[in-house]
Ligand binder design. Structure first.
Ligand SMILES: Cc1cc2nc3c(=O)[nH]c(=O)nc-3n(C[C@H](O)[C@H](O)[C@H](O)COP(=O)(O)OP(=O)(O)OC[C@H]3O[C@@H](n4cnc5c(N)ncnc54)[C@H](O)[C@@H]3O)c2cc1C
Length: 426
């Protein structure tokens, strides 16, 4: 399996687009945004809207990283950080950040509607079913925690959850109606279109190869060009290369996550399986998750312990999971298999980094970045514009023995799978 996007169902469902030009000259830019994923695009948009002169450079094409490869679930929570953990990690700033997460899905769908972005967006809700009766207690605790902070989360009992899913595999769970799903590659393309509209200069196939400070300015070098800037945002996340910014590369672990799309489901199957088309990701650490595409496929995915023979092992694993949950899918066919890097931080917390005067980066979506990229990009703009931000900007925390951690990170999956089988204890 290669690293390109060509096997992705999103590529199949997204009209081809003419990439922007390659940077082939020296330019004075007010702010340089490095990385054409949703974080970089959101930052560029908000900066340009605030009157800044902005140039965005992308090493490949817009949405080439996690933003164009993900499952497209718009989820207003973090993967491994509940409101209580946010309170102890961020202290007096926690409430602002909790609200940012709480409102993130609704805000993204509102933004898509307000700007008429064509990305197959469906605000059909996000449901997190409990994978054991005991885990319904975990769902209840999460609903209570989020309701305390004003989120419209609700607890569904097993019969109601079964009806929503068209499956008796789960045991009820947490529903948040502000969530849903979309085509993430289309969203990336549409956000790039919006950036151009507000005056952002975009260059593709123009990777930053060197970033240096000279005469109180930043210089960003690409293979054929040079940008001089007052401020730089590094939005390369799990795709950060060691040569460009080792401090960020070593503060995040890029975990390979695989995605698979089924052939389109029949009308009868669709009437039974998740008939109202919510986005689903359950309470397992090794998640079971699904969502419909516009052309009625289910997109799911998984992580693997070993890369060898990934494609056939994945299909066997996901076939077994999906046929267990939805027996009427048997026999199941997959048409697209692709992968991407999820950026994991060792404590699973997101963080802004200050790398020098007016030089910033963000890492740590930990697999839940889609809804958050919009407000995180806005935070970057606020920081550059001297306004208050929800989270502190901190020095990067490089992971000791990073090379080794990267190699063994996948083995954590063994522990996660064991934990998933254990009884939940509140
Ligand atoms: C398989 C998978 C499934 C996921 N599913 C979900 C989901 O359902 N819901 C959810 O909320 N989140 C999900 N995520 C996480 C989500 O996709 C990410 O959090 C989000 O896309 C991060 O966006 P970003 O813009 O920060 O980074 P990216 O989208 O990764 O963008 C980084 C960009 O930087 C570019 N780049 C790298 N180096 C350079 C350089 N030197 N110069 C110029 N450009 C450079 C890359 O080409 C890339 O385009 C998933 C992630 C993966 C991989």
């Amino acid at each position: 399996m290669t690293d390109d996007l060509h096997n992705s169902v999103w590529e199949h469902l997204t009209p081809p687009r003419q990439p922007a030009a390659t940077l082939r000259r020296s330019l004075a830019a007010g702010v340089v945004v490095i990385g054409g994923g949703l974080t970089g695009l959101s930052a560029a948009y908000h900066l340009a809207k605030s009157g800044r002169n902005v140039t965005l450079i992308e090493g490949r094409t817009i949405g080439w990283g996690g933003s164009g490869r993900n499952n497209g679930q718009v989820i207003p929570t973090l993967a491994a950080m509940e409101p209580a953990a946010m309170e102890s990690r961020y202290g007096s700033r926690a409430e602002a950040f909790i609200h940012m997460v709480r409102d993130s899905a609704g805000e993204l769908f509102d933004f898509i509607r307000a700007h008429d972005l064509d990305c197959d967006a469906a605000q059909s809700g996000w449901f997190q079913p409990a994978h054991s009766p005991a885990h319904l207690k975990l769902s209840e605790a999460r609903v209570n925690a989020w309701q305390k902070h004003g989120a419209p989360a609700e607890l569904l009992d097993k019969p109601t959850g079964d009806a929503l899913l068209g499956s008796s595999h789960w045991h009820g769970g947490m529903l948040n109606p502000t969530g849903g799903h979309l085509n993430p590659l289309k969203l990336s393309h549409e956000l790039a279109r919006l950036c151009l509209k507000v005056g952002v200069d975009i260059y593709e196939h123009s990777p930053a190869t060197f970033i240096t400070r000279r005469n109180d300015q930043w210089e960003v070098t690409t293979p054929d060009g040079l940008l001089t800037a007052d401020a730089v945002l590094l939005a390369t996340n799990a795709y950060t290369s060691q040569n460009v910014e080792p401090r960020i590369e070593r503060s995040v672990v890029p975990l390979t996550a695989y995605q698979l799309a089924t052939a389109p489901l029949s009308e009868a199957q669709r009437a039974e399986i998740i008939p109202a088309r919510q986005a689903i990701s359950d309470t397992r650490g090794d998640l079971w998750y699904f969502r419909y595409t516009l052309d009625h496929r289910l997109v799911t995915g998984a992580a693997l312990l070993l890369k060898a023979g990934a494609k056939s092992r994945l299909q066997a694993l996901l076939r077994q999971r999906m046929e267990t949950a939805f027996p009427m899918l048997t026999p199941l066919t997959f048409t697209h298999v692709w992968n991407g890097f999820v950026g994991i931080t060792t404590d699973f917390t997101p963080r802004f980094h200050e790398l020098g005067p007016n030089y910033y980066a963000f890492t740590g979506y930990n697999g839940r970045g889609l809804a958050l990229t919009l407000p995180i990009g806005r935070e970057f703009a606020n920081k550059i514009n001297g306004q208050t931000c929800a989270l502190p900007f901190e020095p990067p925390r490089e992971i000791p023995l990073h090379g080794l951690v990267k190699r063994v990170a996948r083995s954590r999956l063994i522990l996660t799978r064991l934990q998933d089988k254990q009884r939940y204890k509140p």
